[in-house]
Design a protein around this ligand. Structure first.
Ligand code: FES
Ligand code: FE2
Length: 386
């Protein structure tokens, strides 16, 4: 088989793929079909979403035994379950009888059992089948052998991740390089509240890439971000691994005003900066000294994803009397910025379907986008072509 045939596995011209692989100063961006072609999305499901570490929820969303958080991860129904033994497991959310979803949204299992809404099969919090009504006449049916699949999971700074690939390397080891930038914020001690969600009719990578660079700030956020955190002062890290990170620095190195008390013990430098990071494929967060914003994705197709804006708050805030007032202030601050981002992403979502698009070039301020594109090709290309 020729190299040409292997590369065309993605249906992209070889020279355009090779151009992404060049050093940043010489490289071009991913071809437009990466954002529009259903065949590419099908391959992403096989080569990225079936093998990568994906966030399911934050531990604060399932704080007690019996709490669950169910969602659909790019077509795969899963639930994170807080077991009676205190262990958080990520399991299939598909009944072993005739395949309906067992749980929806989030909540708490009554009596530490999860009952299927269809024919009443009942599972324990560890996924073992405990009861199957009216199955006593069935031959060769052993209830004790039936168990919901439990997937590999890891908890990283409070985020519960799942991977459907038994062979995948550990997440924590792969993103060890993020520790100095993320660990000081202690996300694991915080609690999550959802601010809003909205369906975006464009490819998920368009949103992720938008949030991965500050180059657009002077034109998209001149009065909401760039006036305090000039794009030209942003610092992009050189990293290798399934993550990207950069810092938005306050223009005079002053402490950034925060909605809550800054996290205790934060290094001085982090008081005057906003840390922005991704764990690929799609965990995205940015944080000042007190209040991380976590953007979560429900990826549905090559041209649709739901974007969920979550905020992480100091422990105890969810029960506070002033929660709604604080959230209203935070929404008033963040929503205009997100609205500005949505406006430009809408344009990209439309334009990637043009027949006349050719891949453009990267600014040095798009180091993180270049790095993401190369990570994406590392996953998507057959090994011999990488
Ligand atoms: S599908 Fe769950 S009990 Fe029938
Ligand atoms: Fe933006």
């Amino acid at each position: 088989m020729s190299t040409l045939t292997q590369l065309n596995d993605l249906g992209m011209p070889d020279e355009q793929i090779a151009a992404v692989r060049l050093p940043l100063e010489q490289a071009s961006v991913l071809p437009p079909q990466a954002y529009s072609d259903p065949a590419i999305f099908k391959l992403e499901r096989e080569r990225i979403f079936a093998r990568s570490w994906m966030p399911v929820c934050h531990v604060s969303q399932i704080p007690e035994p019996g709490n669950y958080f169910a969602r659909n991860l790019v077509g795969e129904p899963v639930m994170a379950m807080h077991g009676r033994d205190g262990v958080i497991r990520v399991m299939s959310n598909v009944c072993r009888h005739r395949n309906t979803t067992l749980a929806s949204g989030s909540g708490s299992c009554k009596g530490n059992r999860l009952s299927c809404p269809y024919h009443g099969w009942t599972y324990g919090l560890d996924g073992k089948l405990l009861a199957a009504p009216f199955m006593d006449q069935v031959e060769n049916f052993e209830r004790r052998d039936i168990q919901l699949p439990v997937f590999r999971s890891e908890i990283w700074h409070g985020f519960v991740f799942v991977n459907f690939d038994e062979q995948a390397p550990s997440l924590t080891a792969q993103i060890e390089g993020l520790e100095p930038d993320v660990a000081p914020y202690r996300f694991e001690d915080m609690e999550v509240v959802e601010l809003r969600r909205r369906v975006m009719p464009w490819n998920w990578k368009i949103s992720l890439e938008n949030f991965s660079e500050a180059y657009h700030q002077p034109w998209v956020h001149p009065d909401t971000a760039d006036h305090e955190f000039p794009a030209a002062m942003a610092e992009y890290a050189d990293v290798s691994g399934p993550y990207g990170v950069f810092h938005l620095n306050q223009k005079n190195s002053l402490a950034v005003p925060t909605f809550f008390t800054p996290v205790q013990g934060l290094p001085q430098k982090l008081l005057s900066t906003v840390t922005v990071f991704n764990v690929y494929p799609y965990l995205h967060a940015l944080t000042d000294a007190s209040t991380p914003l976590w953007l979560d994705f429900n990826i549905k197709s090559e041209v649709e994803h739901e974007l969920i804006w979550n905020v992480l708050l100091p422990k105890g805030t969810l029960k506070s009397d002033t929660l709604e007032t604080e959230l209203a202030k935070f929404r008033a601050f963040i929503e205009p910025i997100l609205g500005e981002d949505i406006s430009v992403c809408t344009g990209v979502g439309e334009a990637v379907h043009s027949r006349f698009v050719t891949p453009g070039r990267y600014s040095h301020m798009e180091k993180t986008v270049h790095q993401f594109h190369n990570w994406w090709l590392d996953q998507m290309l057959p090994p011999a072509s990488r």
